[in-house]
Ligand binder design. Structure first.
Ligand code: ADP
Ligand code: MG
Length: 375
């Protein structure tokens, strides 16, 4: 997706206010009626219709008059709001080339005020497996198209919190810098995904990865997407783990299965793609944690720290349900979920493990906005 930051410069103050008003209106409306946009924007000299037309020309909003005259944000409009907030905070000054197109995100190089190049990930939940998740709209708390951006924002908040906690705990992950709406700002890792690397010493990397899976579990976490696309390897063979929105606690009802899937993914990649046959029989029992017993004290458990860190439970449930729908799993019935789970008929698979990336159209728009941060 093209991200034209020039639009940032060319939007007038009234147009910006109008765009923000659409975002706020979407809290309760899929399509925000023009009079509501008008009253939220509260432009001194009127002209909200003219502003909406200008935003429409820039593809920042979508016009819909099937039921009444109204507008909603486009994904680009939402990008714009996140970018503008990050620029206003001085966190970034420019957006550069796109460095990653994930299943559920676009990743760009960005520049901060010190001239340092960082990575900015824009979450785009709902882009893949659109059909599977569409059937799961119940999970989205009866929000409709609006939900995609809401979920993308949840994913960004979760990813940021996990990346920060993992970094503090000493795991090799990018440095978490800021987040706003669906955007996460982090350090740029000078490394490439394992899938693209020719390893001089596959055995050494394999052991690093297995140790990491085991260390994560010992600290109470399962990555759930631990594969050759989410592991970056630098020239020295050091690994960095990325992509955290789907991580779960080892107390999750499916934790064991998810842990084994992560292990299998790596074993399969090394065996089938690299021709390296690990000594599974000896390494597996050693690294396999006891999911029933606590392996770390409560203060060392990252899952406990994170769940105490302020995510609203129902929000995480919505995200978990979405991820479960994507992964073709049944969400747990352990009270940590929304209670809306049902057998998934997902047609998707996790991104690694021989499944190929697909990209569809990005759906959805809208969010609960951070109202405080825009003039
Ligand atoms: P998705 O959830 O869409 O899979 P990822 O977090 O895995 O998103 O990012 C997609 C791609 O972007 C990665 O495979 C990697 O190539 C690149 N990428 C993501 N984060 C960084 C980073 N901090 N530094 C360098 N490259 C990154
Ligand atoms: Mg990924």
């Amino acid at each position: 997706m093209k991200l034209d930051v020039n639009a940032l410069r060319y939007l007038s103050r009234d147009e910006s206010r109008t765009l923000q008003a659409v975002e706020i209106g979407q809290k309760n409306h899929d399509i925000v009626p023009v009079p509501l946009v008008d009253s939220i924007a509260g432009l001194k000299h009127g002209g909200v219709v003219r502003c909406l037309k200008a935003l429409l020309r820039q593809k920042l909003v979508h016009h819909d008059n099937t039921r009444y005259d109204g507008y909603r944000l486009t994904p680009l409009g939402y990008d714009f709001l996140a970018l503008r907030a990050l620029v206003a905070r001085g966190a970034i000054t420019a957006v550069g080339r796109q460095i990653g197109v994930g299943k559920e995100s676009d990743v760009f190089e960005v520049l901060n005020a010190e001239g340092e190049v960082l990575a900015m990930k824009l979450h785009r939940l709902g882009r893949t497996s659109f059909r599977a998740v569409k059937k799961k709209r119940d999970y989205l708390q009866h929000r409709n198209s609006f939900s995609w951006l809401w979920l993308s924002r949840l994913a960004a908040a979760k990813e940021f919190a996990f990346m920060e906690a993992l970094g503090v705990a000493g795991f090799p992950v990018p440095h978490a810098i800021e987040h706003n709406r669906h955007a996460v700002l982090m350090s740029l890792v000078d490394a490439v995904p394992l899938v693209q690397v020719r390893l001089a010493d596959p055995g050494a990397v394999y052991l690093q990865l297995m140790d990491m899976i085991a260390d994560l579990a010992a600290r109470g976490l399962v990555h759930c997407d631990f594969n050759e696309f989410n592991i970056l390897v630098d020239e020295q063979g050091a690994v960095t783990l990325i992509d955290f929105p789907q991580m779960v606690s080892t107390s999750h009802a499916n934790a064991e299965e998810l842990f084994e899937r992560d292990v299998d993914c790596i074993v399969r990649f090394f065996t089938k793609k690299l021709g390296y046959v690990p000594e599974q029989d000896t390494s597996l029992p050693y690294m396999r944690p006891d999911f029933k017993a606590a392996t770390a004290s409560a203060s060392e458990k990252l899952d406990v720290q994170l769940s105490a860190s302020g995510f609203k439970k129902e929000h995480l449930s919505a995200l978990d349900s979405y991820v479960s729908a994507l992964q073709g799993m049944v969400a747990p019935r352990d009270g940590s979920s929304s209670g809306e789970e049902e057998e998934s008929d997902s047609d998707s698979e996790p991104e690694g493990c021989d499944s190929s990336d697909e990209a569809g159209s990005s759906g959805g728009e809208g969010d609960e906005s951070e109202k405080g941060e825009v003039p």
